[in-house]
Design a protein around this ligand. Structure first.
Ligand code: ATP
Ligand code: MG
Length: 391
């Protein structure tokens, strides 16, 4: 059977399905529930951030047939928060008659860096110079121009995990032997900056774009995203939107999608990667946009019209990692001073309800709003000082 197409729009009061129980799933639940939906979350963890707020938690692994059947029986439409859900599971839900947004075919391309990069190039959009690495011979044959480079596991990486910076061929061979899985080797590029575009595309092909965010990473993990409400329409942002649109159309994508870009020192724009879901760099939309990325995900999953992506103000988003629970002088655990964070004008705190703070673990974020980007930056500097993180 093919996925259902005649059930849309799904009215508030009905169920929407979510595969994945992380913070993105949790924020989806909040947005869908505030539109009046009930959400069933499938996730194996007993204490997941999304499972804790869902109307129903199906505790099962992502490829558990009984769990997927239960989800499909309850939900006419299902979405995901996690690109590493097996594409076969998404296809199984479609075969069981649920609509799946995004579809298995699109997720399958994006969840493997080798097919992802090939696809982006076919869409006419440049990526970093790279070669697929399936065996040591691929590294022997790799051009010298890819060094220094980054070896990235083709599948299952996130937040810079499954990646190694390699200065030369021998280091790449060592890293490849350690990973023991298919990889891509890409050239380490001189980045001037990084930006991302979050967009939503409906089944009718209508597409909306949020203003592009300027992103700063630390240790391979997103640290800060900023959006200047006054700077929409700049040439680079326009080019990024055009590339994102070409990618979404090529994938015949239905859902929320993020395209991460590198801006090189010569001013050119290339795509780093695609996330087939809402993205950390789009969390600013929760407070600074008319509709958040999670509301868009709920709308598109339910087959409703997409919301406005217009900005309400400028914003700086600061990620809160588990590191801020560790005292910088003693290394002991402490609770961050939330009162002082919330005392900063324009600060909006979002915590994900994770029980244990670990270094490098995403625990929450703060959106600091301002009439101008300078105002938002001033507030963000205060929040960063309270949390003891650089800004
Ligand atoms: P995330 O889950 O946060 O998106 P990831 O594990 O998928 O991360 P990438 O997006 O591939 O990893 O890389 C993380 C960061 O490392 C990039 O945002 C960028 O700062 C840096 N980086 C990655 N590839 C390159 C490159 N080819 N040249 C220079 N810097 C790079
Ligand atoms: Mg990335």
């Amino acid at each position: 059977m093919n996925e259902a197409t005649n059930v849309f729009p799904i009215a508030p009061g009905d169920w929407l399905g979510m595969i994945g129980g992380g913070q993105l799933g949790r924020m989806f639940c909040h947005a869908a529930q505030s539109l009046g939906y009930k959400v069933a979350v499938l996730d194996p963890d007993t204490a997941s951030p999304a499972g804790a707020v869902a109307d129903m938690h199906i505790q099962a692994s992502y490829d558990d047939e009984a769990g997927l059947r239960q989800l499909s029986a309850r939900c006419k439409s299902v979405t995901t928060e996690f690109e590493n859900v097996p594409a076969q599971s998404l296809q199984m839900l479609a075969d069981l008659g649920s609509s799946v947004r995004p579809a298995a075919a699109a997720v399958a391309i994006v969840q493997d860096r080798i097919s992802e990069k090939a696809f982006i190039q076919e869409a006419g959009v440049p990526v970093a110079p790279y070669v697929p690495v399936r065996s040591d011979l691929d590294l022997v044959a790799a051009p010298d121009t890819l060094f220094p480079g980054i070896l990235k596991a083709a599948r299952l990486g996130y937040d810079g995990k499954g990646q190694a910076r390699v200065g030369n061929r021998q280091e790449a061979q060592q890293a490849f032997a350690e990973f023991g899985v298919a990889c891509v080797l890409e050239a380490l590029l001189p980045l001037a900056s990084e930006l991302s575009v979050v967009m939503a595309r409906g089944a009718d092909g209508k597409t909306v774009f949020f203003p592009s965010a300027q992103n700063e990473h630390r240790d391979g993990i997103l640290a800060v995203s900023s959006v200047d409400a006054q700077s929409a329409g700049q040439a680079l942002a326009v080019q990024a939107v055009q590339s994102a649109q070409a990618i979404a159309e090529g994938l015949r994508y239905v859902g929320v999608l993020c395209v991460e870009f590198f801006v090189l020192q010569d001013g050119s724009l290339i795509v780093n990667e695609i996330a087939p879901r809402p993205h950390n760099s789009g969390h600013y939309t929760m407070n600074a946009s008319i509709s958040s990325q999670f509301e868009q995900q709920a709308r598109v999953t339910a087959g409703l019209p997409l919301g406005s992506t217009d900005s309400l103000c400028s914003v700086v988003m600061l990620n809160i990692l588990g590191d801020v629970w560790f005292d910088s002088s003693t290394g002991g655990k402490r609770e961050p001073d939330w009162s002082a964070v919330l005392a900063v004008p324009g600060a909006k705190l979002h915590l994900y309800g994770k029980a244990e703070a670990r270094r490098g673990r995403k625990m929450g974020h703060v959106n600091v709003l301002g009439a101008t980007l300078a105002d938002a930056q001033a507030g963000a500097a205060q929040v960063a000082q309270v949390l003891g993180v650089p800004f």
